[in-house]
Design a protein around this ligand. Structure first.
Ligand code: ZN
Length: 127
């Protein structure tokens, strides 16, 4: 079933695991990523600039949360504009750092749904 496959791949993305096998982690450190899967050898960054899309994901999630949070706090709590600016400017600095790994992982998973094996297959022999 296609929806089950998509859910499985996105679940692996949320857990920061390889979208193909779901076994190996994507990251070796807080901001450093393996070049390929340690379990199934899936190449993660298939070309230079591949993860620019992850920046869009990170930006979009940050902006949506900020806009929703701004209006929610304005309506429910009644925070002043100054308080909101301080809160959301701080949020805009730190949330993307926290979400960095998830944005890359979700981008990789999303791409893997549409380009499963042929685009990522074996590691490139190009240097
Ligand atoms: Zn793998």
């Amino acid at each position: 079933m296609e929806f089950q496959r998509i859910g499985q791949i996105m679940g692996r993305g949320v857990n920061l695991r390889c979208p193909r096998c779901g076994v190996a982690p994507l990251f070796s450190g807080r901001f450093s990523m393996y070049s390929h899967c340690l379990s199934c050898d899936l190449q993660f960054e298939r070309e230079q600039g591949y993860f620019v899309g992850a920046i869009y994901v990170n930006y979009a999630v940050t902006a949506v949360l900020m806009i929703a949070g701004y209006f929610s706090l304005g309506l429910v709590v009644g925070m002043s504009l100054t308080q909101q600016l301080i809160l959301w400017c701080t949020f805009a600095v730190f949330f993307p750092l926290f979400f960095f790994r998830y944005a890359r992982s979700l981008w990789l998973s999303f791409d893997y749904i549409f380009n499963p094996e042929n685009a990522h297959g074996e590691r490139s022999s190009r240097r």
